[in-house]
Unconditional design. Structure first.
Length: 205
């Protein structure tokens, strides 16, 4: 099955993506991860992206599309894929339809105000990256490795609000785009992790 996962920053996409990919035995493709891999390995398309990044510019859609298309041609995508972080706009969505169109698009519906509270209260381990929330984690020590918990620079209120605004402007139109194609599945992203996953499983049956 070929899937796209949509949702605002902090909606829990990463957590759900891991569970979906394991259940369906398809690769979870995070665009952030494949960008970093191509940059690290110095691939031709990675060098194209690096030229923009080094100048402090956004990587244009055609380069992002090329990185994703190359990844979707790899052997482990023969039975499908789960894309997380792509497409980010209508142009990228149209490119994906041509390269390897998704069967369904899962949208995690969340309350943006609640999301801002969730993100600003997030703490991550500086050592292993494990994620916690101040509502349930009262001390500053990682349960997994004993590392110190920190607030990421992009989890401050000002940055979070900016990220949510950008999301609404650029990514939210994708909801309408995929609704018109009859591919969109709405999931209540405010439920517990297991509750959200149970809804996703039901929708994919």
């Amino acid at each position: 099955m070929k899937l796209v996962l949509l949702g605002a920053p902090g909606a829990g996409k990463g957590t759900q993506a891991t569970k979906i990919a394991e259940t369906l035995n398809i690769p979870h493709i995070s665009t952030g991860d494949i960008f970093r891999k191509n940059l690290k390995e110095g691939t031709p398309v990675g060098l194209k992206a690096k030229a923009y990044i080094d100048k402090g510019q956004l990587v244009p859609d055609e380069v992002t599309n090329e990185i994703v298309e190359l990844r979707l041609k790899e052997d482990d995508c023969k039975n499908g894929y789960l894309l997380d972080g792509f497409p980010r706009n209508i142009g990228q969505a149209e490119a994906l339809e041509k390269m390897d169109a998704p069967d369904k698009v899962i949208n995690l519906d969340v309350d943006l105000k609640a999301l801002a509270d969730r993100l600003t209260g997030r703490r991550v381990c500086a050592k292993c990256g494990e994620s916690y929330h101040i509502s349930t984690k009262k001390d500053n020590v990682c349960t997994r490795c004993g590392g110190e918990l920190i607030q990421r620079a992009d989890d401050t209120l000002e940055t979070v609000n900016k990220r949510l605004t950008v999301y609404e402007q650029s990514t939210a139109p994708l909801i309408e785009y995929y609704e018109k194609k009859g591919k969109l599945v709405h999931i209540d992203g405010m439920k517990s992790i297991d509750g959200v996953f149970a809804e996703i499983e039901k929708a994919l049956r």
